[in-house]
Design a protein around this ligand. Structure first.
Ligand SMILES: *[C@@H]1O[C@H](CO)[C@@H](O)[C@H](O)[C@H]1NC(C)=O
Length: 278
């Protein structure tokens, strides 16, 4: 279940946590119970996502050095055991989901389809990261509705878009690690599509993230600590992009994982910004 690499869970958790915190009433802390449900859900869905991905990819993974030791690719776990484990994880996730309000439960069900289809996207498009972003950041929508029980488009849509841009940034960096293997087995990615043009594109994605996040903040009457956190995030992204060595695997991994700090930074900004709201 890749519990040894918690970065995936963190990146899944942050958009949901931001959303819960952004929806909190002025002057209050975010709902701790919702944050806990979201954290549990992120861990379970991340594990389920890994299994779904590995089920689609087990024949590919055998050919990829970094992935050949994944339990399904190596034969340590057979398909039937994997599906049983997947069913268990999905049932437990459902247990988290049903504790939320009806709007959020309904949204949760619609997330199943892209979750299953994402692993196919990388076979057919150069931009699988967009599909990943749309799927992976459902929490940015569901966190808000879990608090409000209604879809608040002016806050939720820019927040969701900003998290999709964020995924484009970190997952393009991530995909640069795998590009040689991906060429060999015929898998597509933004890293291959953008190649030497990666840095200008990452800069544009970052601008998309920051602009949408600022917009979400304006729409929710956020205060200066939130905008301070956005400014600090811009600097962090600037550092990532300017120092990134796209042909150095360990550097790509380090920059990719550094994104968890952006998650924590924005989350803190939203909390303090909301406490200062009148
Ligand atoms: C690759 O990146 C790592 C981590 O940032 C760094 O320590 C190493 O020197 C880099 N390797 C090369 C060949 O530049």
């Amino acid at each position: 279940m890749r519990a040894d690499k918690p970065i995936g869970t963190w990146l899944l958790y942050w958009p949901c946590a931001w959303s819960i915190a952004l929806a909190a009433a002025p002057g209050t802390l975010p709902d701790l119970k919702l944050l806990a449900i979201c954290g549990t859900g992120a861990f379970l869905m991340r594990s389920a996502g890994c299994i779904i991905n590995d089920l689609w990819d087990k024949d590919f993974d055998r050919q990829v050095e970094r992935c050949a030791t994944r339990p399904l690719a190596s034969g340590e776990l057979n398909t039937k055991q994997a599906i049983t484990l997947l069913a268990g994880l999905l049932s437990a996730s459902l247990g988290c989901l049903v504790q939320l309000n009806l709007t959020t439960i309904a949204l949760g069900f619609t997330a199943i389809i892209p979750t299953i289809l994402y692993p196919l996207a990388k076979r057919y498009t150069n931009w699988p990261q967009i599909v990943l972003g749309g799927t992976f950041n459902y929490g940015a929508i569901m966190g808000y509705t879990a608090v409000t029980n209604t879809f608040v488009p002016e806050a939720i849509i820019p927040l969701y878009l900003s998290t999709i841009f964020w995924t484009l940034v970190y997952d393009t960096i991530y995909a640069h690690q795998d590009k040689e293997d991906d060429i060999k087995i015929g898998v597509k990615s933004t890293a291959l599509r953008l190649g030497e043009q990666t840095k200008p594109w990452l800069t544009a994605f970052s601008a998309g993230m920051i602009t949408n996040l600022a917009f979400a903040g304006i729409m929710t009457n956020q205060t200066w600590p939130f905008f301070f956190a956005i400014a600090a995030t811009s600097c962090h992204l600037g550092w990532q992009i300017s120092t990134l060595q796209i042909n150095n695997r360990s550097d790509c991994w380090n920059k990719f994982t550094a994104n968890q700090w952006i998650g924590a930074l924005i989350f803190s900004g939203i909390i303090v910004g909301t406490l200062l709201k009148e």
